[in-house]
Design a protein around this ligand. Structure first.
Ligand code: TXA
Ligand code: MG
Length: 340
């Protein structure tokens, strides 16, 4: 299939947004920008379109998708028995990089939730996807627009590298400003549960949900037969083909360590750069974890182009947005952590 380019940067914005909404309304699948990562969108009401999303990505069918909405009105159409805490979270964190898991309504296509009776819902802050939802008056199910297992796409070029020819269209918009996927919180159990860390931090969540608990799967390796609260966490994720290690340590010990390695890459902080004598790639500053979040996936995509035997990634702190970056990197490194 030929993937139509819908250029909203140098082309006609309104016309291309309408075209995207049309394609989605008629059952097509479209790459769309969001503030976190690019999504591969389909109508959340159309079982067949959702199945095409799973097959374009090569995604396991039991890993459910996030439904994107543009209003509280739409929230109330896709979720039922919405607790008061959900409205408090919506007020504080929406629109933005925050997803909540609620009880689903029958409006949502069964394949969206992989057979669960819950639905994950998010109101993105990126204007273009919100406009597409509004113009189509359609909630959009959208996983990240990458081949399953690959690093998430933070630019339309990443989307086309993975999915050109496999999807009906791709909206060519801005690079993602956040760079890691949304924070996912389940509001279904006795206590709210953080299932995936993101740019809305645990510290911020505690202000609205003081009794929130953190799912063990965030930082530990899932057992193959374990029943996990968020099915996405049991799959191998984000991994470059190059063998990767996550290295915890200060500037000094990290740089000394990597400098002894042969044919390797140091994926490091700008603070490390001047002390490193092997191949290096900077992914941000340790003083501002948002810079690390913004660059981490495109760095992971670039590693395999270098032909090195191994990559040693300098681990961020686990506080603030650092927790989200650490969570992605420990998966990219297949849980190989070196503590110096
Ligand atoms: O930022 C984001 O959330 C991006 C953009 C496109 O919005 N989307 C995204 O989708 O990251 P995806 O499919 O790559 O990740 C969805 C995550 C998975 O870990 C999945 O298991 C979890 O959300 N999830 C979805 N529905 C769920 C449900 N009903 N219960 C528990 N976890 C759910
Ligand atoms: Mg994903």
């Amino acid at each position: 299939m030929k993937t139509i380019r819908l250029d909203i940067l140098s082309g006609d914005y309104k016309q291309n947004i309408e075209k995207a909404a049309d394609i989605l309304r008629s059952g097509g699948i479209v790459g769309v920008p969001t503030e976190t990562v690019y999504g591969l969108a389909a109508s959340a009401l159309d079982d067949n379109a959702i199945k095409n999303v799973f097959s374009a990505k090569g995604r396991p069918q039991d890993n459910p998708l996030i439904v994107h909405i543009d209003s509280i009105e739409m929230l109330e159409k896709v979720a039922s028995d919405i607790p008061k805490s959900a409205y408090l979270c919506a007020e504080r964190f929406w629109p933005g990089p925050f997803t909540m898991v609620l009880k689903k309504t029958s409006l949502i296509a069964t394949s969206v939730s992989g057979g669960l009776d819950s639905v994950a819902v998010r109101m993105p802050s990126e204007k273009s996807i919100r406009d597409i939802i509004s113009v189509g008056n359609l909630p959009l199910a959208a996983p990240s627009a990458n081949i399953s297992g690959a690093p998430s796409p933070t630019s339309y070029t990443h989307v086309l590298n993975d999915l050109d020819g496999k999807i009906d269209a791709c909206v060519l918009g801005n690079d993602c400003t956040v760079g890691v996927e949304s924070t996912v919180v389940s509001l279904l159990g006795e206590h709210p549960r953080l299932l995936r860390p993101g740019a809305v931090t645990l510290e911020e969540l505690k202000e609205v949900l003081p009794d929130i608990v953190v799912d063990d799967a965030i930082l530990s390796e899932p057992k193959s037969d374990e029943k996990v609260a968020s099915p996405g966490m049991k799959y191998k994720h984000y991994a470059p083909k190059t063998e990767s290690y996550l290295v915890e340590g200060d500037t000094n010990s990290y740089c000394q360590f990597v400098n002894t390695k042969l044919n390797c890459l140091a994926l490091c902080f700008s603070e490390d750069e001047q002390y490193i004598t092997v191949n290096k790639m900077v992914y941000g500053t340790r003083l501002n974890e948002q810079t690390l979040a913004k660059n981490v996936f495109s760095a992971l995509r670039d590693i395999d182009k270098l032909g090195v035997d191994a990559v040693y990634i300098h681990a961020p702190s686990k506080s603030g947005v650092g927790l989200a970056v650490y969570n992605r990197l420990i998966r990219a490194s297949a849980f190989r952590v070196i503590k110096l």
